[in-house]
Design a protein around this ligand. Structure first.
Ligand code: GCU
Ligand code: CA
Ligand code: CA
Length: 564
């Protein structure tokens, strides 16, 4: 569930629950102080107690100013009676309106405009897609700027998957890969969103396409989200121009695989310690005591706790079921790795764990989720320089979501292998499990395992990968029986960003940006799987991931109740 303010507020008021609850929920979603009665995942039933048993008195309920109840308005599409003026837009790779290429965005052949051009893999069925919002239905001209140094490349041009027509296009030889020409066609657009796609019908793929220029009645770039209109349907989703495009709502609750039971679509509500009275801990001993006991706990970490570790000795935090553990301030450091073993319904937030630096020792991972663990949400945390891994999920664990985390290395330790999913091909307890969602994370300076997986259905969506001057061997790597859905990510400088490895599958969806990367970008081919949970309301185009994560990824939460 996502912190959708409009929906929650409406439900709460309609169901007659006192306004204070709605106020508390809103303030939690806005990053304010959470108040008694909130039902969000990190709910607080009353003022926190300090573990040394000094109670903090409850602060007054926040005053609701009208400005704190900002309900994003859904942008409305002009009515059909209003005839739009004809205008022209140019859609470029890496910008709004350009959705996906089965291949890469390249810049090696000169003469392009914008950042480069879309280069499909050279095979039949490879496609490039765009999205256009039209104010009224009617004809529009599409002009493709392209280069082709080979034989003519043919394709099928479809609008809204053929609902609004399909026609053949041929992109002739232009004289060379640096010689650019244009080809124009006329299509019928419907009012609202239109998905435009060219799919190669010859085995050489398409020509390289530099840009698509659209001329029509009130056309604007779509954001590649939402559902395309059909001629029978009114457009309901927003396109470009509306406030907040690329700004998903504050995420106060878990999303993704953590919110499901097993591999099914049956929902699970990740609450952690739920409504337990928060406990503020100021020592590692207290933290360990509460994190490892049998009661639901909401634990706030006050200060830098733990005495450090190396290899498999030193402090280690063992977390059991029904726990919410949150760093009280931005950058709250835990000098101990976390083990979540045979535990369910756990939320970890706003914590920084810095390992001793990578080595080939069989050392503790910065965080490991293993055994019969399930429904685990790790959010707004940082895992640096893990000695073995930064964040491994192994040995039968299931239903794990990582959002807004940094997985990073700052030295070339020779084992900068960040996120391992299953540690062996011989792990029978993991078959059908290890279902993991990774959304809005930043992988930094990781050489391998971003993630490297076996057995699981892994959704890697809206993440940023940067090399940070470190060695890069490969990125996402699907091994034995692993299926990875790679959607709208931005890879910068990574070698083999979607690594070809036998035994697994990786499907590219939406548009992934491969910037200054080398090697494999297509993985093992799909299809992977359909995520059974809602995430599209959070999804942004790959071109917005870098900006979105800036200042928001990692242990940046200003208070235990903040969501962003
Ligand atoms: C060349 C060219 C690519 C092009 C490819 C092709 O390698 O540099 O940009 O896409 O041929 O045949 O499609
Ligand atoms: Ca090509
Ligand atoms: Ca271009």
């Amino acid at each position: 569930m996502i912190c959708n303010k409009k929906r929650h507020l409406g439900q709460r008021l309609a169901s007659g629950i006192v306004l204070a609850s709605a106020v508390a929920l809103l303030s939690a979603c806005d990053g304010g102080v959470e108040q008694p009665g909130s039902s969000s995942a990190t709910a607080v039933s009353s003022a926190p107690v300090v573990s040394s048993s000094v109670a903090i008195s409850s602060s007054a309920a926040p005053v609701v100013s009208s400005s704190s109840v900002i309900i994003p308005s859904s942008s409305s599409v002009a009515s059909s009676s209003e005839s739009g003026n004809v205008n022209t837009i140019i859609l470029q790779e890496n910008q709004a309106g350009f959705c996906a290429v089965d291949g890469t965005i390249d810049s090696n052949n000169m003469g392009f405009s914008g950042d480069g051009f879309a280069n499909t893999d050279n095979a039949e069925g490879q496609s490039i897609s765009w999205q256009v919002n039209a104010q009224t239905s009617g004809p529009a001209t599409l002009e493709f700027r392209f280069a082709n140094g080979g034989d003519p490349r043919s394709g099928d041009l479809s609008v809204n998957s053929g609902a609004n027509g399909t026609q053949p296009v041929t992109l002739a030889n232009t004289g060379g890969w640096t010689d650019w020409a244009t080809e124009s066609v006329t299509v019928d657009l419907v009012q609202g969103l239109n998905n435009i796609k060219v799919t190669a019908t010859s085995d050489q793929g398409l020509a390289n396409i530099d840009s698509l220029t659209v001329t029509g009645a009130g056309v604007s770039a779509g954001d590649c989200g939402g559902v395309a209109s059909s001629s029978a349907m009114q457009s309901s989703s927003s396109a470009s121009g509306s406030v907040g495009v690329g700004e998903p709502p504050a995420q106060c609750e878990a999303m993704g695989w953590a919110t499901r039971k097993g591999r099914s679509s049956t929902p699970f509500n990740v609450t952690g310690g739920g409504n337990a009275q928060p406990i503020i801990v100021k020592s590692f001993a207290d933290l360990s005591k509460y994190a490892g006991d049998g009661s639901p706990r909401v634990i706030y970490i006050d200060g830098t706790l733990g005495g450090g570790w190396s290899g498999r000795s030193g402090d280690r935090l063992i977390v059991k079921s029904n726990k919410t553990i949150i760093g009280m301030r931005p950058g709250t450091q835990l000098k101990a790795p976390i083990q979540i073993k045979d535990a369910s319904n756990v939320i970890i937030k706003n914590i920084v764990i810095k390992g001793p630096g990578s080595s080939s020792d069989q050392a503790w991972d910065n965080i490991v989720i293993e055994g019969a663990s399930k429904n685990i949400w790790v959010d707004h945390s940082e895992f640096w320089n893990g000695q073995d891994g930064n964040a491994d999920v192994v040995k039968g664990a299931d239903n794990v979501t990582f959002t807004w985390n940094i997985f990073g290395y700052t030295n070339n330790g020779g084992h900068n292998f960040s996120n391992l999913v299953a540690s062996s091909d011989n792990e029978p307890q993991s078959v059908g499990k290890l279902n993991i969602t990774l959304m809005f994370n930043h992988f930094r300076g990781v050489a391998q395992r971003q993630p490297r997986c076996r057995f699981g259905d892994i959704h890697v969506v809206n993440n940023l990968f940067t090399k940070d001057g470190m060695a890069s061997d490969n990125g996402i790597s699907a091994g034995k029986q692993c299926r990875v859905l790679v959607e709208n990510n931005h890879f910068i400088g990574i070698k083999h960003p979607v690594h070809k490895r036998s035994g697994g599958k990786s499907e590219l969806r939406g548009m992934n940006i491969f910037e200054n990367t080398s090697g494999d970008t297509a993985g093992n081919g799909g299809p992977a799987f359909e995520p059974p949970y809602e995430y599209k309301s959070l999804l942004v185009p790959a071109s917005q991931v870098k900006g979105l994560l800036q200042g928001k990824v990692g242990a940046t939460l200003s208070s235990p109740s903040a969501c962003e």
